[in-house]
Design a protein around this ligand. Sequence first.
Ligand code: PHE
Length: 344
Amino acid sequence: MKELIQRLEQEALREIRAAAGGEMLEAARTKYLGRKGLLTEAFKKIGEASAEERPALGSLINEVKGRLGAALDERTRAASGGEEKAEKIDITLPGAPFRRGRIHPITKTVRDISDCFVSLGFMVVEGPEIETEHYNFEALNIPLEHPSRDAFDTFYLNSRSGTQLLRSHTSPVQARFMEKHKPPFAIIVPGRVFRPDATDATHSFMFHQVEGLVVGDRVTFADLKGVLAIFARQMFGVQTRMRFRPSFFPFTEPSAEVDISCFACARQKHLEGRRCSICGGKGWLEILGAGMVNPKVFKGVGYDPEKVTGFAFGMGVERIAMLKYGISDIRLFCENDIRFLRQF
Ligand code: PHE
């Protein structure tokens, strides 16, 4: 009988230790200490033992009941404590903020420029950054003695397949596209260009351009002005005015440099005679080069200049982004300073 009770205790303690939570502990309490529990049953059986053994058995059962009760209480407390802790995780609280990345200001500006021209029916086309002398210069009517062909103004690469270079503008894509397509068409060409300029606040050996080319039947200078006027207003605001100054590019004839009215002066009425920091007091900002496609360029790609006309333009993306966002140093675009990049 005594051994039976001791075995019962061992078994009960094992069960209590193994119990995974409050419910299992309650079940163990009923099983051993309940009114119909195993220890109560054992009590009833004391009568079967001899008279000498009965008192010892009675107190043994009471001791076991005490120990099991204490063990159950302790484990129950631990289990409910754990539950209380679990409840402290408030799943309704908002999550830890996750910082989202941003589009680089140059990418954003390229996209804004592209969106404007795409809405006018232009198609976006790209070309290679490693070019041949032919497409970068010859096809664009740029003669051998032109200063831009100097090694100081263009990155030449050593290669076995003729003279290759890093394109110094996006204009070579004009000839590449025309060789493979028939007019009419309207394309823009965003991309990286390279010039071995000394780096300063407004010059970098690598920057971006967006080229435009429209060729078709009776495309005129008026079309060029109209398209660029829409672009300027969309990019810099509806009050923006434009100015075309005569200029020269070997691949356009006539050629122009295009200015927009300084949006900063217009906004800064409070300048009161002080020089505007954006346009330097001139009131105009140069934003691109443009012109009517030179017939020599058409001939080079097999188009008949008597049958088609076209216009082309090219703008610097960094310059437009700097003007638009008031950025004073071109090097900021490449420094990866998160404080700068976060502002866009
Ligand atoms: N390619 C010229 C430059 O890089 C810009 C330009 C493009 C001018 C198309 C006229 C027409 O300066």
